[in-house]
Design a protein around this ligand. Structure first.
Ligand code: HEM
Length: 470
């Protein structure tokens, strides 16, 4: 049937496997290379799955403005399906009424602005603990810090505390390891997702066992926490698990959000979506500030002016920290945690830039390429926060379609406010409490700021810096 369709261009395919071999061991990197070689719309046949890579803002504009609903499904990946209790979470569930109910739970309740604001004291407390921890990690006034490790641990603790309240503290290190294995598993491409006949490959490789083991571990942990929560009412401030348990009994959500398994699947999404992404952005911002002394000093000056003689930055100060917001926007442009967003799938056939896109096509939006396109951005490789003064970009792409670190449309990230609140406060305090330098005896030029390019990007090496208490 495909012969009669006007499909976008793409590389030659082999029988049966199509273009699967061209993904190699680093599939997301290969997707980027293929789009550089074949243009803004690339059509691939990955085994039995048709796939599209989108790398131009005009194609992204057509998708967002005219075909958002048609591009609102998520593809089926076996590992994610198993880990998300059979795909009943918000991130992987198919577009439809059930997903709409979960989205309502997230937007109106769990991740609403009101809920984010209600965690203000907790955020300030966690950030103060972080600053004390860095200060206390050495008796002298300057300390070498593995900032990557510290921030990932901080991100996990923060989400755990929001989810489970103070009860969680004794168990935090065990859960860190479990959830980082879950994230690793979700990111992997399994060959049998594209060639179902090769399921045995994942069994022989031990992938299935790894999956079962990890699922059992976090599911058991969630059960423990739920058991403790059902027996104790929320204190004056509900944590997210208390809210979820309350909503599960609320008739307005009863159509589909009914069982404890629904609750657990949403908990998992918040852990996967909510912990590392914000921490990675803080680490990338610190790395960029080390390389860009002008920006670092301008930002520290702004913080000093706003905070004055107070010992720390409070949330009420953040609204006056305009340059900080530009700096974070610029980091999200250069280092979006999801360079290809989260893959989508078409629900029905549609036409983009005069090409036919079949139904059930897996779609990769090359958001990083859009944000680096020299046609939209002057000196795109330069870290230059002031560019957003000239070319303001909203986090929701409604007018411009070259900047979308949080995705777009119906399935765009519901955690934006949650993420911005913690990133702003943490960064402002790290810069207010310390001056930062390269590790002893090193120059910034000697430091490696390379990245691992995957479904979620991170720095290739841990960022280690010397923190000098101010
Ligand atoms: C810097 C921080 C973050 C970034 C850059 C980010 C980015 C993204 C992106 C690109 C998507 C896919 C959107 C699309 O398909 O168009 C997404 C989805 C999602 N994010 Fe985030 N995210 C961040 C933080 C968070 C936080 C803090 C939470 C929750 C606490 C969260 C929860 C989710 C969920 C549940 C989805 C799936 C939505 C759906 O499929 O309906 N994210 N995020």
């Amino acid at each position: 049937k495909r012969n009669h369709q006007n499909l976008p261009p793409g590389p030659r395919r082999l029988p049966i496997i199509g273009n699967l071999h061209q993904l190699g061991l680093s599939p997301y990197h290969s997707l980027h290379t293929l789009s550089v070689k074949h243009g803004p719309l690339v059509f691939l046949q990955l085994g039995s799955v048709p796939a599209l890579i989108v790398s131009s803002s005009s194609a992204a504009q057509q998708i967002i403005k005219s075909h958002d609903a048609a591009f609102s499904n998520r593809p089926h990946f076996q590992a994610a399906y198993k880990l998300t209790y059979g795909g009943i979470d918000i991130t992987t569930s198919p577009y439809g009424n059930y997903w709409k109910q979960l989205r309502k739970v997230c937007i109106n309740e769990l991740l609403s602005l009101k809920c984010v604001e209600s965690f203000r004291t907790l955020r300030e407390d966690e950030v103060s603990r972080l600053i004390d921890r860095i200060k206390n990690s050495s008796s002298s006034s300057s300390t070498m810090i593995n900032l990557t490790k510290v921030m990932l641990n901080f991100g996990n603790n923060f989400v755990c505390r929001i989810m489970f309240g103070d009860k969680f503290r004794e168990r935090e290190s065990r859960f860190d390891e479990i959830i980082s294995e879950t994230k690793g598993l979700v990111e992997e491409f399994w060959v049998s997702d594209f060639l179902p006949g090769l399921k045995w490959v994942n069994e022989v490789r031990g992938d299935k066992k790894r999956l079962e083991k990890n699922f059992k571990e976090f599911d058991g942990f969630f059960d423990e926490m739920i058991k403790e929560h059902v027996s104790v009412d929320g204190d004056e401030h509900e944590d997210l698990l208390h809210i979820l348990l309350r909503l599960q009994k609320d008739p307005s959500y009863s159509a589909s959000f009914t069982s404890i398994t629904n609750v657990k699947s949403l908990m998992l999404d918040i852990f996967i979506g909510g912990s590392d992404s914000s921490s990675e952005i803080i680490v990338w911002t610190m790395a960029e500030l080390m390389r860009n002394v002008r920006v670092m000093s301008k930002l520290q000056k702004e913080i000093q002016q706003v905070v004055g003689s107070k010992s720390k930055v409070e949330e009420s100060d953040l609204q006056s920290l305009n340059y900080l917001k530009l700096v974070i926007k610029e980091t999200l442009r250069l280092h979006p945690p999801g360079p290809f967003l989260v893959p989508r799938e078409t629900i029905e056939p549609c036409n983009i830039e005069e090409y036919d896109i079949p139904s059930k096509t897996m779609v990769f939006i090359n958001a990083k390429a859009l944000a680096m396109d020299p046609k939209s951005w002057k000196n795109p490789h330069e870290f230059w926060p002031e560019r957003f003064l000239e070319n303001d970009r909203d986090y929701k792409p409604t007018q411009y379609f070259d900047y979308m670190p949080f995705g777009f449309g119906r399935r765009g990230c519901p955690g934006v406010n949650f993420a911005l609140a913690i990133m702003d406060l943490t960064l402002a305090n790290l810069l207010h409490s310390f001056d930062w330098e390269p590790p002893f005896g090193m120059k910034v030029e000697d430091m490696d700021f390379g990245e691992v390019f995957s479904l979620a990007t991170c720095m290739k090496n841990n960022l280690c810096l010397v923190a000098k208490a101010k």
